[in-house]
Design a protein around this ligand. Sequence first.
Ligand code: ATP
Ligand code: MG
Length: 171
Amino acid sequence: MRLFFALWPDAPVRAELARWSERCRLSSGGRATRAPNLHATLAFLGEVDPARLPALLRIGGRSRSAAFELCLDHVAYWPRNRIVYAGASQPSQALGALARSLNTQLSEVGHRVDQRPYALHVTLLRDAHTAPVVKVVEPLLWRVSHMVLVESVRAGGGQVYRPVHRFMLRS
Ligand code: ATP
Ligand code: MG
């Protein structure tokens, strides 16, 4: 199974991100991420033997931090992979620590995780042909209360993300 750890926005944040995505598409083109699929990846695992699930659930549980807030405040373009994404200009200590904890533990048990420094992004558009004209957006406060282990499945010509387990952060 194809797995990743992610932050999943609640309905109001999701709805606002979907609006950003539509707005960016006017200038950038490309395909908008379907609203239910909007997320921020914390750690990407790729193809994993289902027998590894219990170990992954333990790692997720051990990484649970206190709940924290993110302020998404801009949209930008990565020409390399033609993605338009929403990001935060202020780095979040709590988010950085959570991503590091997950990725370190995953690599300790043999998963090949991304070695680059963690970069928060919510993919809004794929196959975009240029940077969005709108760059500064009304800051969006995202109260992060949980993270999810997600299975990525290709179904009916689209990508479906199925939550496998939800980890509540400490309140
Ligand atoms: P598609 O690959 O068909 O465009 P997708 O990228 O949405 O669909 P996945 O490839 O399963 O679906 O990826 C799930 C999540 O993990 C996405 O947020 C994706 O950006 C991220 N991801 C995918 N591959 C990697 C990778 N090698 N390193 C880091 N993150 C990745
Ligand atoms: Mg992909």
